[in-house]
Ligand binder design. Sequence first.
Ligand SMILES: [Zn+2]
Length: 221
Amino acid sequence: MAEIKYNILHKKVKNASLRIISSTEVRVTVPIAYSQKLIDKLISEKQNWITQKTDLMVEREKAVEIDPDVFPLMGIDYKVIYTPFMFTDIKIDYNRHVVKTKVDMNNLKVRAFLYRKLAYKFLKPRILKTAEEDGFPLKKVIIRGQKAKWGTCSSLGNISLNWKLMIAPEFVIDYLIAHELMHLRYMNHSLEYKRELRKYYPRTDEAQTWLKAHNNLLRIY
Ligand SMILES: [Zn+2]
């Protein structure tokens, strides 16, 4: 098993607390006056709990291991074909669901770069079109790569969408677009907001289930 790294933070807090960041990292927040001896004691007392939680993280991180021969795009597994002598770096055949490439698709940075590019090509026009057709007062669309959120909406009418959405099936992408656009009418998650969203986008529950099940995609990229 990998060694666990403990990040000790001395802060103006009353009680010490532990937080599992990943399978190999635990954050320990302690009051300013806490000694190293007390920290060691705390960690050893909580050892069972820490092991249990980090083991769980190992399982979760494993579940999203990247298959180098597959590039999931909008819910479809595109086959990756290595073509070392091609002219461009990457070429996508949207009809045959093939990605031809001469660069290493094992590299998460390469994948992230490609998804981000595809988000500008597909995600941005999609939300702009929906907003215009259905009369949502959308000001600006920002493509981002947040670690914890699929999208956000500001009170100024700006919406940010996570490029990692490009991995999701189209009905999930459309749900997130609907979710954020509806915030332009209701800046909250009130019952009224939820009712209107379900009416406007009937596959809401199904899409939310997908997003919850694939939440770890946000962290691996
Ligand atoms: Zn929301």
